[in-house]
Design a protein. Sequence first.
Length: 350
Amino acid sequence: MSVPVSVVRGGKPEERIAKALSLIDVENGLDTSYMNINRIYHTAIFNKPAKYIEGTRLRKDARILIKPNFVQIPLESPYAYTKAAYESTIKTGEGHLTTPRTIRGVLKALHNLGFENLVIGEAAGGCQTDLCYKHFGIYEIAKEFGADVVDLNWEDSVKIQVPNRVTLDYVWVPKTVLEADLLVSLPAMKLSLSLKNIGIGTLPGKYYGWNRAGRYVQGLDKPIHDQQQFTRMGKENDQSIGLAGEIVDVCTVNRIGLAVIDGTFVIDSSGNVHRADLTIAGFDPVATDAVAYAVMGFDPRKFIHMPMAEERGLGTADLSKIEVRGESIEAVKIEVAHPRTVRGRRIKIA
């Protein structure tokens, strides 16, 4: 049985998101029938499969965490020049950060399905998360749908052992993440997609690169976030397991049940922003990321965390096993290469 992933282009963001979720039948997909069909992904749909399920369906009072991608505060923001902004290096945030209309679209779609126990949670890296919330009007958007807003960087956390670890023996999981019954990963469409949005963005800490999982790991001589080296032309032994392993370990503990990739904007290799008006959605985060990588012109398995995630049952990166609904990959392919810099050199993964 193929794994469904939807690709929608054009239209207003909220309409595009509604169509993308409809194409994967999100109303009926948030139940155990999908897990029964795809038994390898049995634990990948709900963060707590035993709780908040009645019969075969997620209960309407289930706690749903929507995790956007806010890394830094844009330079255009008045908050960029405050002490709470540590790294203000992006001009507008377009192509780097999840757009507020996409967040609103996901909230609206879930609310229209009858889910009212919604929460937006993020742990920004280059600034205090609150700055992004205020700049993008997230508090007002959340209020419209009765959703909570939390800063995962400042939450009490629980120590969870990582089964079948790659890099981390354990992770500290913020309580909002731990108590969520469904995790929705909502990244911007760039090289860091659904898995990294949860794998890095849910680790609690005061500053980017610091986390209570431990800054140093046995066998590594650098902080985890500095450990990743990128594959060139498939030479996988040139790549560290540090960051890739961390992504997989955290996503093994914090299971993504729904991924919605915000492709409103994309960035080319010169750093120029282009409007793409894309939404890519799926229940399987590995498959959803794989489709997004293919749309951007990359082989999904050249990103070392993708086969790692596949091996640990987080999903499939095999495009032949994915049913793309809506637009085809070829129809929406973006003929730009995102920048990837290693010590000042740009490289293309292909």
